[in-house]
Design a protein around this ligand. Sequence first.
Ligand code: PRP
Length: 198
Amino acid sequence: MIEPYPPPSEIGDILVTTDELRTRVEELGAEIAADLGGRTPLLVGVLKGSVIFIADLMRAIVGPVEIDFMAVSSYGDATESSGVVKIVKDLDGGVAGRDVILVEDIIDSGLTMAYLVDYLSGQGPASLRTCSLLVREGRTAPGVHLDYVGFELPPAFVVGYGLDVGQRYRNLPYIATYSPSDPSIDVDVVEDAGGAKV
Ligand code: PRP
């Protein structure tokens, strides 16, 4: 027997539907294209969570658009508070003179975005804008202006549309709350494995 996917016991409320995602991403793409006024944006995605979002966002931008990716990892709990992250994969190309849009799936503490803005702004981009599909209500990245935000969500552990728990559920076409089928699983521990709490 084929088990249902995702297991209904693990996926809770759908907080952002597929239609809502499509509509909002279209709006963000149009906004970015208008703001760039014909210049070619370089979308910089932060692996892995941003892959679904950036794939849709780039197709929502009418006109030339380029993409590049970075991967970062935190130094664990100490890093959470310090905002220091390790760059695991740097950009393939440079950002000097480019109109850069830094694309995240989620702002949680905001420390990753703050670190990357500082890192990229030091490399002489013509402009640097920030874009996150999701932001925890009331949160921002410390010292960073968020130019484009898809949705603000209440505190809840969420998965789908790029966001994972233990690398699973990134392929769900919506954003939903996650509740472990085994209540003994500590969601905060699972979160460290790759999920996100908003
Ligand atoms: C998540 C998310 C952001 C970051 C946000 O990545 O994709 O990059 O955490 O957290 P912050 O605002 O507290 O810095 P994660 O480390 O889960 O990796 P992933 O993108 O590969 O899932």
